[in-house]
Design a protein around this ligand. Sequence first.
Ligand code: GLC
Length: 629
Amino acid sequence: MSQALSEQEIYQRVEAIMQNLNLDQKIGQMVQTERMAINPQEVKDYHIGSVLSGGGSVPGTNLPSDWVSMNDAYWQASVESQSGIPLIYGVDAIHGHNNVLGATIFPHNIGLGCMRNPNLIKQIAAVTAKEILATGVEWTFAPTLAVARNYQWGRTYESFSEEPALVASYADKFVEGLQHDFGDDSVIACLKHWVGDGGTTYGIDQGDTRISEEELRRIHIAPYLPALRAGALTVMASFNSWNGDKCHGHRYLLNDVLKEELNFKGFIISDWDGCDYLDADFRTTVALGVNAGIDMFMVSEKWREFIHHLRDHVNEGRVEMSRIDDAVRRILYVKVKYGIFEKPRPAERKWSNNKSFGSKENREVAREAVRQSLVLLKNHDGILPLKKSAKILVAGKNADDCGHQCGGFTVAWQGVSDSAEERTNVHILDGYASGQAGVQKGKIIGGTSIWKGIKQVCPEADLSLDGSKASNGNYDAGIVVIGETPYAEGMGDIRRDDNTIVEMGSMIKGLMKVLAPYGRSLVLNELHPEDLMAIKNITDQGIPAIVVLLSGRPLIIQKELEASSAFVAAWLPGSEGQGVADVLFGDYDFEGKLSFTWQKHQDENFHIGDEHYKPLFPFGFGLNYRNKA
Ligand code: GLC
């Protein structure tokens, strides 16, 4: 296996392959395209290096067996090509194998950051790797190492923390959990997005990070160092710009810093059509991206044109053959080191179609992560923990919706709703997730909503999503589960006004992709007024309210906090919602500590270490039962 190979032996194998490749075969290795844009025969004919699933792009009935069949066909076609180089398949498995029905869905990174538990991060990555392998996939675009510095960014929840050292403490563990020893339990990791994605002005997704090089290195590059030392094999270039210059065309950042100064031996992949925004002319962007140091290109549809243009650029001298050879050597280094040449076809690999996919054992790891990620912000008169014999009214739009508790990048790119009303029949042919075949309700197969988790331990609990039942029952307390609904990337941005886009666009050399934002305010009561209404439907009846906030970022919560007797930040906990009940009813104590500063007003943006640091709740804050204070 490759892990027995020395670096020297790996490079010898790379050279042996290189010497038999012609230009078209080399260029084919530099292409990754989307599964809907290419069939196995074309993979074979064009020597394609990789295929991916964009968020929510799934085969057949989206079960592991459908994925294994798809990957088997692509892989077989690649090894039958004249160059015979096996393809690698990439997905965004960023909080579990989140595209696939029945997968274990872990809390998003913002919650994991509150655990302060690098060893559990490594275990989460290892479990995720095995669920990825169960589908015949070899590569995940994770971990995200963003250091989010403005909560208006729609991808804040993909960041472990605003604090680089906390992100760094997870970075190597995540890579080790995924890549392991490059043996049968291993997948390829991808550090993203290089670099400065969390630092854009106004938090605009794919915007401009306007900071000094010292700040860029201290805040945004720092977490990559332990991950690179841990041997991460791939890095994804970032859509954002740095002081107006796009990262996808930034030779200093891609080549001089990452490849030379940091001695990165793997390959750099572009983000989704990321080079297209370097210039209005696609043909020009191909040369710009290759010459800047990108090695593999995530080309969602126009892969034929890409190949044609790159071949012309080489033959007409705009791209040196040495740059092509550097890119292909890096791609082959990764494939040889990962051992893909020795692995059997996907259908015959150790973990393919393994029954551990979505198993109770894997879900218990996720449940533990839910418990440790919860942060107790308020506990007036020690109302928590609740008694299991108490008469509880559960309310709030997010109380019984596994989709909302998972957030974006779950089953669909923008996430799903999976509430009782929304629940549609999903035909599970082999029934992995819950160990039974037949028809399963919902889209988050095998998950448990927060409401269901409460009902399991508290038989007297009732459900009333708007809280209106409070008027006809003598409840001891209400649990109100509120917050955001799923979003991903720019569609999660909060944009106070669109002048910011005009200003940003004028600063950036190249083009910008701007998506409709989630909202115009970070104030929860302005974003979701129904939440305070649900709380008040309970408190107006003299019933104390325990608020559980599901959100991808700290929101401005003054009104909801004042109306509550207790307040828990649950972030985006994933499929195992029963982890919330485990703590609310005292089976476990709160452990979570804020990994982000909680601002008091939306015009403030304090970060740990700032002078005059006056937030609502500071970085590291978190109450618990054992310390009554
Ligand atoms: C997206 C994201 C990136 C993801 C890629 C593939 O645009 O920026 O994080 O890995 O496309 O889905």
